[in-house]
Design a binder for this molecule. Structure first.
Ligand code: SF4
Length: 144
């Protein structure tokens, strides 16, 4: 059986982004030859609606632009993604860059200005802390 790979659902064209639009779908033809793709959307899985007000990590919290605290939703979504990884045996994840959930290495800095900071999203951070390799969408070729 092919190994499992966790993947951000929006990278597959699922319109689960905060604005309800789909991001540019990536070409997963080669990826799906090699892996069993397990799509996840931690923000939706954590109980947030689509569309939703954008959120960013601010210290230990995740806040919506209007100040609502959605930290628990982000934690729940991250835990569900970890559970999906453990149940499927996935050792790696390909996640959407810069998202407060899925981003690896660089995410928006909490000022809602488009500026970035060196940090992981809540889900990427949880997966990494459990030994699961996380790749940003621009690193897709490393998985092939
Ligand atoms: Fe995509 Fe992740 Fe945001 Fe869901 S939480 S829309 S999968 S970046």
């Amino acid at each position: 059986m092919k190994p499992a790979l966790i993947i951000s659902a929006c990278l597959l064209g699922n319109p689960c982004r905060y604005d309800g639009k789909s991001v540019k779908k990536i070409d997963v033809s080669e990826l799906s030859e090699k892996y069993r793709l397990i799509p996840v959307c931690p923000e939706v899985d954590g109980g947030l609606p689509t569309p939703r007000t954008p959120s960013e990590r601010i210290g230990e919290k995740v806040l919506m632009r209007d100040g609502r605290d959605v930290t628990e939703n982000y934690r729940r979504g991250a835990e569900k993604t970890l559970e999906a990884a453990l149940l499927s045996g996935a050792k790696a994840a390909l996640l959407k860059s810069r998202s407060p959930s899925c981003g690896k290495g660089k995410i928006y800095d909490g000022s809602f200005s488009g500026a970035l900071t060196d940090r992981d999203g809540v889900t990427a951070e949880l997966l990494l802390s459990h030994g699961i390799d996380v790749y940003g969408e621009e690193e897709l070729s490393k998985l092939l």
